[in-house]
Design a protein around this ligand. Structure first.
Ligand code: SP5
Ligand code: ZN
Length: 342
């Protein structure tokens, strides 16, 4: 399997985040992608390519244009105020406040275009975000051109980013852009299978009213876990999209026996939908030793995820999402891919 990777992710570094009552070094470290990259080389997974530059036309079909216009300007606006460090929001338009009027000032804009303080921006962040987007579209192109599968080693990740907001370490929704690109390039139906520990709230929001992209999420129950405010089982899509959004929330402590039941059910629904291509939002933060997660998947379980997805016998794009136990993330992510290859 070919991998697409960009060293430009390294510009998104040393960003801070707000978690558990403290501003701390972000869990979404540059070393994450480097461990996966090193493991791909170590096991000889296949050729590693750099991304081709892509414009943001496809991204603009799933993200709001004003949001896409704002992202590249954040750091300069922050610096213009005499700030340094990490650009972070601290005020959000929740219920009872206006969510339809973007303020003029950077602090207001950061809150307007986000849902948490997990998306810090530093000087090199936009270039890394853009490179991650390019990685996803370049890997999608490989699948369209006939590869059975490809791996987009995206960093930063994307599945928490919605049409008009960042959050959860995600800025552009790489998997959603890739799914839209497949639709615009001949695929009639696309399934997104999100196996990250956290609910892919952004992906769900983007496609919620659409029947042409099926969104399936396996994740920690939002009653217990981030992102808390989306991901319940009764969210099944709206309008034409009714029935094309599927959520499998699971409780803290979920192990392979339980998790794989959800995967099995999800795969059945996916086969019934009969997509032309599958986009896998590949988070490996379901791992038992993940520092921010509470599922119990073991290293030996990750190849089985790949094996099951391979049985779908469909063109497949893997898009890197979360996973934070840095030493093991490379082994676990690449194990999904080698499991897929059989
Ligand atoms: C892409 C992705 O996996 N994003 C995840 C964002 C999670 N942000 C909230 C993290 C909360 C961590 N709380 C536990 C702290 C352990 N000391
Ligand atoms: Zn996650």
């Amino acid at each position: 399997m070919k991998t697409v990777f960009s060293p430009r992710h390294r510009g998104h570094a040393d960003q801070l985040e707000l978690v558990a009552g403290a501003i701390v070094p972000g869990y979404e470290l540059t070393s994450r992608a480097e461990y996966v990259f090193a493991r791909i080389k170590a096991v000889g997974l296949g050729t590693i390519l750099g991304p081709e530059p892509h414009d943001l036309m496809t991204a603009a079909r799933i993200h709001r244009q004003d949001y896409l216009d704002f992202l590249p300007t954040i750091w300069d606006r922050w610096i213009a105020e005499g700030r340094d460090g990490t650009a972070l929001p601290f005020t959000w338009p929740t219920r009872g406040l206006r969510g339809d009027v973007p303020p003029e000032f950077i602090d207001g804009l950061l809150g307007y275009y986000s849902f948490d303080a997990g998306c810090g921006i530093v000087e090199g962040s936009w270039d890394a975000i853009k490179s991650s987007h390019d990685v996803a579209l370049t890997a999608a192109g490989l699948v369209k051109d006939g590869e059975r599968a490809a791996f987009a080693l995206c960093r930063p990740p994307g599945h928490h980013a919605g049409a008009g907001f960042m959050g959860g370490y995600c800025y552009i929704n790489n998997a959603a852009v890739a799914a839209q690109w497949f639709r615009d390039n001949g695929a009639k139906r696309v399934s997104i299978l999100d196996v990250d520990y956290h609910h892919g709230n952004g992906t769900q929001e983007i496609f919620y009213s659409r029947a042409d992209v099926q969104v399936i999420n396996l994740h920690a129950d939002p009653m217990q876990e981030y992102p808390y405010f989306l991901g319940h089982a009764n969210e099944r899509g709206a309008g034409e999209g009714e029935g094309y959004n599927l959520n499998y929330p699971m409780r803290f402590g979920t192990d392979w026996a339980r998790w794989s039941q959800s995967l099995e059910d999800a795969c059945g629904k996916l086969v019934t939908y009969n997509p032309d291509v599958v986009v896998v939002s590949l988070g490996v933060d379901t791992f038992e030793k993940d520092p921010i997660s509470k599922f119990k998947l073991k290293t030996e379980d990750f190849p089985k995820i790949g094996e099951r997805i391979a049985q779908l016998n469909l063109p497949t794009l893997f898009v890197m999402e979360g996973g934070y136990a840095v030493a093991e993330i490379g082994v676990n992510a690449v194990s999904v891919l080698t499991g897929f290859e059989g």
